[in-house]
Ligand binder design. Structure first.
Ligand SMILES: [Zn+2]
Length: 395
């Protein structure tokens, strides 16, 4: 069945550049036709072809669904008290992950699955039509394996993050834990995953340990991504570029040589402004990255410790207000940028032939995502051409 969405006030499509990426493109008074799960036609509303079903957007904006390239959704427990303490002046430390590890290990598969699906549904209601999901709160072979196995039931973008933090029982034996991550844990997890990730940071994993994890992942058929330079300057970005990682994530503290290395690579920088908001850390310098020609994505980093938001509109608002991205740059980064960070060319844009992952805002333009922060504005969402979210304003 074909669907025509017409009278679109602003249709954000992005357009292909011929270099395997897309750049911002939007059209006023436009229409889009979805057929067989794909975008079949876009153009002026006055020239729209007929279709089996017609949706009148009544001047509202239509955009590609958000692509969230960084989230940690397989866990149990919550850390609201830790957040409240941090806001009262206590510093964040990576050690807080350990309380989530204990709760995750103690949970049943069905408890983990329920929480994961609840968060995925939350994301969808906020316009996220593709999301990546990491393991990393199990830290045993069995618990990491079930984390990636459960994640693979809700998304194809599954990341094995056994190297999130050293498991508590290996606290005096870093190299023993790295051997486990690269050996039996990798063998158990790789069949369910597409990506391998490592938290390369002082207090987590050093550059040689990170290289070992990424090399073992590559050998098991996984593509690297890296948590890099979140808490301070360090080797994470250099390791990511050297490993030809799809993405270096966080990147709050970057030297000039980090920027140069990123600008001359295909590695996307995924900025996670919800983390800086939720930890009261300084925001990364998005303008410096964009001015240098680095490809920038933004993602939620939804996780129970450093940033418990599943709202991409909130992250777009932060990127605009606090990282000085334009509204167009922020929306591109949350759609096409995320797709680039996941090496996907079928999502994150609405060119003819793209997957029909589409959201309609209850607003006339993309700028409202930042202009009206905190206000629910997702009027309707289609995934692969199927309408899955229909708000009270979305008929
Ligand atoms: Zn993360």
């Amino acid at each position: 069945m074909s669907t025509l969405i017409t009278n679109v006030g602003e249709l954000v499509t992005h357009e292909r550049t011929g270099e395997g990426t897309t750049r911002w493109a939007a059209h006023d008074d436009a229409a889009i036709v979805i057929d067989d799960g794909l975008v079949a036609w876009t153009g002026p509303a006055s020239r729209a072809p007929s279709a089996d079903e017609v949706v009148d957007a009544a001047g509202r904006a239509v955009l590609p669904g958000f692509v969230d390239s960084h989230a940690h959704l397989v866990f149990a427990g919550e850390r609201g008290a830790e957040f409240a303490a941090r806001m009262a002046g206590l510093p964040y430390s990576a050690g807080g992950i350990r309380s989530t590890v204990a709760a995750t290990r103690a949970a049943s598969d069905s408890e983990l699955d329920t929480n994961l699906r609840r968060l995925a549904a939350e994301m969808l209601a906020q316009g996220i039509t593709t999301f990546e999901c990491k393991s990393g709160y199990g830290l045993t072979v069995e618990d990491e394996e079930r984390s990636v196995r459960l994640a693979a039931q809700v998304t194809p973008e599954v990341t094995y993050l056994g190297a999130h933090v050293v498991a508590p029982e290996f606290s005096g034996d870093h190299s023993g834990y790295v051997d486990l991550v690269c050996g039996p844990m990798m063998a158990a997890c790789a069949p369910h995953a597409k990506w391998v990730d490592v938290f390369c940071e002082e207090g987590a994993f050093g550059p040689d340990e990170a290289r070992a994890v990424l090399a073992a992942g590559r050998a098991a058929g996984l593509t690297p991504r890296v948590h890099a330079n979140q808490l301070g300057y360090g080797p994470g970005v250099a390791v990511a570029v050297e490993a030809q990682a799809a993405s270096a994530d966080h990147c709050t503290y970057l030297t000039d040589s980090d920027i140069d290395a990123l600008a001359s690579s295909q590695t996307v920088v995924t900025l996670l402004p919800g983390v800086e908001f939720s930890t009261r850390h300084p925001y990364p310098d998005a303008r410096r990255l964009l001015n240098a020609g680095v490809i920038v994505a933004i993602a939620t980093d939804c996780n129970p410790g450093s940033c418990f938001t599943s709202s991409m509109p909130f992250c777009v608002a932060l990127a605009v207000r606090d990282m000085h991205m334009t509204t167009q740059e922020a929306v591109w980064a949350a759609t096409a940028g995320g797709a680039r960070a996941l090496r996907r060319d079928d999502v994150g844009h609405l060119s003819v032939g793209a997957r029909a992952d589409v959201m309609m805002l209850d607003a006339p333009s993309h700028a409202y995502l930042a202009y009206r922060p905190g206000v629910p504005q997702i009027a309707a969402v289609w995934t692969s051409g199927q309408r899955v979210i229909r708000s009270r304003h979305g008929d």
